[in-house]
Design a protein around this ligand. Structure first.
Ligand code: THU
Ligand code: ZN
Length: 133
């Protein structure tokens, strides 16, 4: 693992400890590296409504955008499974909207890793241009 990925991994693992997942008991930590070189991390937060649940990757991107960063270059997602798990379809859509072609790194707590580019995981996102009349 390269230096920056290690840093993302450490932060995602740390924030995963704060995941609020009383419904699924499935805790997720994510850390996003922006074009400006900043790192934003977040965890999943479940809601009693279920549908209001925030996903770790989406929350990390929201924080980056709130800080004025609109391009994600790398995003790491950490779960405590045997094998790494890539983001869900909703998160793939969101990553695609805020990246040129971000690298998505899925890692387990023990460090088993899978890497892919968002264009391969989600080749045809719905984009703002689709809203133009
Ligand atoms: N979850 C994420 O945080 N990111 C994903 O992309 C997959 C799902 C969360 C939502 C919910 O709290 C739990 O994992 C189970 O779906
Ligand atoms: Zn998701």
């Amino acid at each position: 693992m390269d230096r920056i990925t290690k840093k993302l991994f450490t932060q995602a693992k740390r924030v995963r400890q704060n995941a609020f997942a009383p419904i699924s008991h499935y805790k997720v930590g994510a850390a996003a590296l922006t074009k400006g070189g900043r790192i934003f991390s977040a965890c999943n937060v479940e809601s009693a409504t279920v549908t209001l649940t925030t996903h770790a990757e989406a929350a990390a991107i929201d924080q980056a955008v709130a800080a004025g960063e609109r391009t994600i270059v790398k995003i790491i997602v950490v779960v405590a499974e045997k094998a790494p798990v890539f983001p869900c379809g909703l998160c793939r859509q969101k990553i695609a909207e805020f990246s040129g072609n971000a690298e998505v790194i899925a890692v387990t707590m023990r460090g088993a890793t899978r890497r892919a580019f968002i264009k391969d995981l989600y080749p045809e996102p719905f984009v703002m241009k689709n809203l133009e009349k």
